[in-house]
Design a binder for this molecule. Structure first.
Ligand SMILES: [Zn+2]
Length: 341
């Protein structure tokens, strides 16, 4: 049974220095073969202990088993050329060398089943597993085969759906699709983005969540955020569509951002995973900082539907900073819980 105001995290946590280079996105592994497999399992044990000690109710594997939240999954699929990259603009924000879609995309084998079996056995807590969302996958590639972002997104959605069904059958409580691209391509979100997401969650016997944020604290995102003005109203365009969708939960950025908090009221009927931890700074919030965000959010979301969470993944942060932030998340939620009882 989950307590009132169950805490959770957006997904990722820093990797230990012996597993991958710290403070780096898509850092190469430092181990290989069986040593890498064992190292990943050990890292999962570490991040579970960190979360449990901090009072996080719905825990994740901290994405210790993959190098990147999008490419880590796509690397396992066929139809994508990861060797000869092409430079494209990601989310209208920065140029990156990305893999090319060169044929029909397919999943030769289940990707995360073994990871989930291990995670399920390693903790008694409720567990969440993150997968990239179809639109964000499309936006991280150069397509030379489908000729349509929508068609490619639905091809990915079918693959993700198969994966999500299998993971739910293995005991995952929440499957979360990460869709930062939703915050950029509003027309596409309306035209096919939400439909592709619903295709990915169809028939999945677990709660399903979508995570939409303003990104890690990397330079390109900082510049982009500066261009968004005093009030960030992007969510205003997406939330009404999600409120009508079959998705159960929405994970969003709130702490230290310019998102007007009353926008979360647009998510009527959904569980709202409110970001109470800013991942774009190394400053560790106090429990009272966290409690303040929760109290504000409670003015717009019923208490039964409010899940204190982080703004985004914490993979680029120093480990001790992420550990401090987790502790404050758990302690801040406990403060408000005590006020409500
Ligand atoms: Zn995020």
């Amino acid at each position: 049974m989950l307590p009132l105001l169950p805490t959770t995290i957006a997904g990722s946590l820093p990797k230990p220095a012996w597993l991958a280079e710290p403070r780096k996105l898509w850092a190469p592994w430092k181990l290989e073969g069986e040593a890498l497999a064992e190292g990943k399992r050990d890292a999962v044990r570490l991040v579970l202990e960190m979360q449990e000690r901090s009072g996080i109710d719905i825990v994740t594997d901290g994405e210790q088993t993959r190098r990147h939240f999008v490419n880590g999954y796509m690397e396992t699929l066929t139809g994508i050329d990861f060797k000869n990259l092409k430079t494209v603009r990601i989310r209208n924000r920065y140029d990156a060398s990305v893999p090319r879609v060169v044929g029909p995309v397919s999943r030769p084998a289940p990707v995360h089943s073994e990871d989930v079996k291990f995670l399920r056995a390693a903790t008694a807590n409720a567990i969440k597993f993150t997968l990239p969302g179809p639109m964000t996958m499309v936006d991280t590639l150069y397509d030379e085969y489908y000729g349509s972002r929508e068609k490619l997104a639905f091809a990915f959605a079918a693959i993700l759906n198969q994966e999500a069904r299998e993971l739910a059958a293995l005991g995952i409580d929440v499957i979360q699709f990460d869709e930062p691209a939703f915050n950029v391509y509003f027309d596409e979100v309306r035209e096919w983005g939400v439909a592709a997401l619903e295709r990915a969650r169809k028939g999945v016997a677990a709660k399903t969540a979508v995570h939409i944020c303003y990104g890690y604290g990397i330079e390109a995102n900082i510049v982009w955020k500066k261009s968004l003005g005093n009030e960030w109203r992007q969510y205003e365009q997406i939330f009404p569509l999600l409120a009508k969708s079959t998705i159960d939960q929405v994970s969003l950025e709130c702490a230290n951002s310019r998102v007007p908090i009353d926008l979360i009221a647009l998510l009527e009927g959904k569980d709202v995973l409110v970001g109470c931890i800013d991942v774009a700074t190394n400053r560790v919030e106090t429990p009272e900082d966290v409690a303040k965000v929760i109290r504000e959010a409670l003015k717009h979301v019923p208490r039964e539907r409010l899940y204190p969470c982080t703004n985004c993944g914490m993979v680029p942060l120093p480990r001790e900073v992420a550990a401090g932030k987790l502790e404050s998340l758990g302690a801040g939620a406990a403060l408000v819980r005590a006020e409500l009882v």
